[in-house]
Design a protein around this ligand. Sequence first.
Ligand code: GP9
Ligand code: MN
Length: 623
Amino acid sequence: MKKLKEIFKSPYMILLFFAFKLVVYYKLIDVDVSDIVFILVSVTALGLIFLSFIRSRLKRKNITFLIIYSLLSLLMFADTMYYNYYNQTVSIKQLWQAKNVAAVPESFVATLIPASFLLFADIPIIYYYFKKFLKDNSKRAAWSYKRELKYIAIGFVSIFILLVVNPFESKTIDKVNSVEFFSNHVNDIYNAIAESVVTEEVPEKEVLDTVKEVTPQVSGPKYKNIGEGKNLIVIQVEALQNFVVNAQYNGQVITPNLNAFLQQDTVYFDRYYTTIGKGNTVDAEFSTLNSLYPVIDRECYTLYQNNTFDGLPWLLRDKGYDTLAIHGYKGEFWNREAAYPGQGFQNFYSMEDLDQSDIIGLGISDKSMFRQAADILEKQKKPFFSFIITLTSHHPFVIEDKDVTLKIKPEDEGTKFGSYLKTVHYFDEAFGQFIQELKNEGLYDNTVIALYGDHHALNLNMDNNKEMMEKYLGRTYDYDEMLRIPLMIHVPGSGVKETIHTTGGQIDFLPTIANIMGLKFDQPYILGQDLCNATDGFAAFTAYLFRGSFIHNNVMFEISREGVFDGSRAWDIKTETPLDASQYEEDYNRAITVKKTSEEILNQDLIKNYIHRDTAPSSTPDK
Ligand code: GP9
Ligand code: MN
């Protein structure tokens, strides 16, 4: 008994409590805690920090330790939240995101996991032990800076070289680097600094050759030029997943207007995937308009705001179209206002330019936005290209009862699944009204309308989404279903009605619509392919799955977070059968190559070498 008491009094209990905290932390970010190496490394690192404090000559050791330990706990908390949403831990490169999180507080609160708060629970206990140990050691001489601290410093530098630089390319160290709490974050900071100091550019010729090699050169007669000369409306729908299309819920059709839209003159792509980066909605826009992959660090609209682009708005503008974007949220959000001129939009109607009397959730309701869009389009000099971005079905799917017409089962009330269906049904009604208005205005018969979802609504790692979806679908809800979005292209009078099953992603939109609208590219940096004529489909993922993950026809591949094949997954999306992940190294390399190539094109602003316009892209749009 006395022994037990002594053990409890021992300051090394700090390490035990910290080990408990790590179990919670690693469990919340899906790290296998039975792989004891992560906990061992973390506990050792904390032990070293702890000892250096106790034996240092620092004044105010108590409060400094308390602050540092609380900040570490906060970082762990942030990691678990971020992981819950993005399937990745926090990176120093994403500090900018704090501003966007603050702008969408409902979404932020909805991502909180109660268990994450446990990560703060041990702070008073650890602080108590620290103070006690400090008191017990007050008589002992502090380490001399010359001797012990010199050894500690040498120790830290050696560990750093061993872990972060990993000179022997050890797989275990790779694993520790990407997963273990301390090494992961030190490594992240080191990489951020290294990237900003050393920029190794791949020569342009090499980039060009790689583009030719990795992007299939598809051309074919199917649906060529069938929309040429017509107006174009592209609607990007907030969080529209494919599973709601042609589906029923509680005896009701979820998207009757989309389903009717598919019935005539429409090509439907039902194996279409989101290829977004860290900029969610705006990276969906970016990928779609430019056929380039977004990046993981930040939204492309900010990172590459001043680059030269030659995407869809520019191609149509060069053909004499008026180009405009419409979205019912703040113009400055995601840097749209500043980026749109460079993308080729002459006008941008954001929340500030529209009537704001009908608000749902974040901004103007889809019904009100579409009504106003129809008025704006009626006044356009034809032909026009209008890019419309909807909003009402934004996470966490807040909608008042007065706006809800879909009847939700009592057991689904209050769930994200139930709320999502309400908002997506609302969007569908708004879309139906918009189509009617276009018909009334005489625009419908002369306008190609393309529609797709920007990204998932129901993250399979959050809330009880996976369970709810599996109950609803009657099958596994995995990333292939989560990242699948519909693409529909309606060409009036074409007589076309087809469902194309070729796998593709937002990266493929530009070449696909270019084939239909009769557009030609003046520069070679198009990383997607025309899905009407392609047979072999491939898309690489950037966010939600780690770099190197891809879909190739029926095979979906998720690389492990350690970036090694051990622990990676592959499966057949049709049969849901697991496949041997180690067989897909070639495609994994292809995914890495297309991502790197896209980054080179963007970082070196390579499109600029081909496109010379009189119009300065940063000119202020006129309304
Ligand atoms: C805001 C809207 C939402 O303008 O596009 O963006 P998201 O949070 O989905 O990226
Ligand atoms: Mn979005």
